[in-house]
Design a binder for this molecule. Sequence first.
Ligand SMILES: *Cc1c(COP(=O)(O)O)cnc(C)c1O
Length: 385
Amino acid sequence: MEDQLKLMIPGPTQVPQTALQALARQPISHRSSEFSAVMAEVTENLQWLHQTQNDVLLLAGSGTAAMEAGIINFLSPGDRVIVGTNGKFGDRWAELCKIFGLEVETIAAEWGKPLIAAEFATKLEADTQKQIKAVIITHSETSTGVINDLETISHHIKNHGKALSIIDAVTSLGSVNVPVDSWGLDVVVSGSQKGYMVPPGLGIVAVSAKAWEAYKTAKFPKYYLDLEKYRLATINNTSPFTPPVNLIVALQTTLRMMQQEGLEAIFARHLRVMKATRAAIRSLNLSLFAQDDYASPAVTAVSTSELEADKIREVVKKRFDMEIAGGQDHLKNKIFRIGHLGFICDRDILTCISALEAALLELAYQDFSLGAGIAAAIKVFQTQI
Ligand SMILES: *Cc1c(COP(=O)(O)O)cnc(C)c1O
């Protein structure tokens, strides 16, 4: 039943049929007028999704390539940066910055808790010499299911005046509001396999005018990830190197789907599936790893105190051919994560909760009554049409 595999993980996410068909076509030449038309449309629709007039550039690589590009194009060795860390991806940013020899200060919160915006304000206000070159924030921390208060933190960064905001929006773009221009976000990175509903392989970077100013004096060597090359090519509706043309054609189809649905409807759908998932988890007497007021609409993490999370995942996989994600680092086997972003609908949640309940029954978990999770999810769907 391999072809039945259902992904309920926070990336790669499920891919709609139209995008799969685009992937199955012969590649087109990246120097053809057909490809230029695709690039023009994709670029415009990416700007729409980011709610920005800034350049939005496509790279061949996963989200981490976009992260690296976001650092090496706008900073120089020894630059002082602040990195918010409250999970695996915040940690990855800190590690990446250290590897490149930046002077890294972290503002940390416990995994499962949000970053405190006021701590950023304090640090930024204290920097009267304007030595902080960038503040790096993971908007939706995929490892814990926490959404950070990017709106408030980006406001503090703007007040500083000098520092760039470098934002990981990998699991927020396409599922929650990320208004790049109105929040003044300078560098925003994302990846095709999350909210974009396309397989892995494209990194996306949005770059503000302020970031391009910083580019002029940035000193890291770069070639393949030199974003100026991508900016110039994108103006001419092409790509500096051979791009993954099929992925870009697939992205054209999913961006059209998103446009048809509309931003508000997309955000509302993600909120609805999040609420239903959380209501179900509560009704099963399992604990939600993140509290309601900072829960990510993209992913729900569940602590499984006496049960082994990986056992639950194993049963769900074996019996139902459905994949839910495990915990990372010290949370391995302690939590599981339900990805509900991208090509996701109410039915997917009902299926997933059913599979979860069946697994709990099979593992002789005592503390729930069969059907309670499904009932709770259905009630949410009933009131949130
Ligand atoms: C998936 C993800 C990334 C990028 O990871 P890749 O595996 O390189 O695509 C970065 N940040 C967050 C928050 C993510 O969820």
